[in-house]
Design a protein around this ligand. Structure first.
Ligand code: ADP
Ligand code: MG
Length: 387
């Protein structure tokens, strides 16, 4: 939805308070490479996508917040100094969480009206939740003339999700939604929170995302198992070696190989994925710097195999999508992206073949699964901004 239409919708619902107002947007993201590395103090490399959440917001004279979700067609009202978790309207908790974090920083807020809409598919691993937090944080802070640096704002949005929504996410999603830049990916070091833009502007190749439409069912319980297994590997090596090992980030493949016999097969495989995936992220960064799509594509395939065989977080449908992609003309690489067990794949496709790719993948995937994949073609987009 464009800015003008959203403003029109705003004025249909709310009376003009004649106070300051603005329109803001924050994008979703796709993780190009670096999966399940974030909680192992490793590297990730997402890019912002050309899908976002847009929000119109206007200050009020009182302490009320009136929030209208266009996509749920629902108005929720609350007092700014009485924030309670809303079991019925989950979406409003992301907004309340941001308000809560701002107030914890002693920022004095007044009430406001807001309306928002988005086209990031929800719960598909493209991080609609971070986009909602980031757009809310940017909108409220800008209207109140509260200066918050980009990184601080991303961290505040993450805390909103951790503390109020009660989802223990890492920093990747909020970082990229705030710091993303057109024609760039973002390399993030999840140990230090340092980041670096990586140019991704290729004449020939672009990113195509395939949404498997499989609900990410097993994610929570399996996620906890994987974290435990990673910790087991860390504990083993911390005890074994006279070194300061606090995360899988501190290990290399040679060391892992040397002690393979002493680890359970499962723990070995989990560690193997994380350590090799970190190497692939750094190699992918180099490939992008050199505009080397061949190499980038190979790294995507290798990442998928590692997630499928070593980390065991893929599923039949994601494997099928990657398999089908690998058989299409003009495809350099493909892999599952996000936590796994459903969600999306990310594909590196020659622009001349994308139309054909979309058609073929949709029909072949449907034939085999009876599911209708959604496919999004996107260039690296810019991060959150005022429109
Ligand atoms: P993901 O971040 O992978 O898309 P999450 O489960 O973390 O999935 O976040 C999805 C939630 O974010 C939705 O359940 C909803 O509460 C909120 N949300 C995202 N987009 C919108 C939207 N356009 N309108 C209202 N709520 C939204
Ligand atoms: Mg999310």
């Amino acid at each position: 939805m464009n800015k003008e239409l959203l403003l029109k919708k705003y004025h249909n619902i709310f009376a003009d308070t004649s106070l300051d107002s603005g329109v803001y947007a924050a994008p979703g993201r796709v993780n190009l490479i670096g999966e399940h590395t974030d909680y192992n103090d490793g590297f990730v490399m997402p890019m912002a996508i050309e899908k976002d959440i847009k929000m119109v917001i206007q200050l009020r004279k009182d302490k009320k917040v009136k929030a209208y979700s266009l996509d749920y067609d629902k108005l929720v009202e609350f007092e700014i100094d009485n924030l309670l978790y809303d079991k019925e309207n989950i979406w409003v908790n992301y907004i309340k969480g941001v308000i809560d974090e701002l107030q914890k920083m002693d920022k004095k807020l007044q009430g406001f009206n807001l309306i928002f809409t988005g086209n990031i598919p929800q719960g598909s691993g493209l991080s609609s939740s971070a986009a909602l937090e980031v757009v809310t944080a940017l909108a409220i802070s800008d209207l109140h003339k509260i200066e918050i640096e980009a990184v601080e704002l991303a961290l505040l949005a993450q805390r909103a999700e951790n503390n109020f929504v009660n989802v223990q996410c890492g920093i990747m999603d909020q970082y990229i939604s705030r710091l993303g830049k057109k024609d760039n990916a973002l390399l993030i070091d999840c140990r230090t929170n340092e980041y670096q833009l990586v140019p991704f502007e290729n004449e020939e190749y672009q990113i195509v995302i395939c949404n498997s439409k499989v609900e990410r069912g097993l994610v929570d319980s399996e996620y906890n198992n994987r974290r435990k297994e990673c910790n087991q590997a860390v504990d083993f090596f911390a005890e074994k070696l006279d070194r300061n090992i606090t995360a899988l980030r501190d290990l290399d493949l040679d060391t892992l190989q040397k002690y393979r016999e002493e680890l359970s097969e499962t723990v070995y495989k989990r560690a193997h994925h994380v350590i090799s995936e970190n190497q692939r992220v750094l190699a992918a960064e180099e490939a992008l710097e050199e505009n080397d799509m061949d190499n980038l594509g190979k790294l995507l395939y290798a990442s998928h195999e590692s997630l499928r065989d070593d980390y065991e977080v893929s599923c039949e449908e994601l494997d099928l999508l990657v398999d089908l992609a690998s058989q299409q003309k003009g495809v350099k690489g493909a892999r599952m992206t996000g936590a796994g067990f459903g969600g999306c794949t990310v594909n590196l496709v020659n622009k001349a073949f994308t139309a054909d790719f979309v058609e073929k993948i949709k029909s072949k995937y449907y034939q085999k699964t009876n599911l209708k994949a959604d496919i999004y073609i996107t260039n690296p987009a810019s991060g959150a901004r005022k429109l």
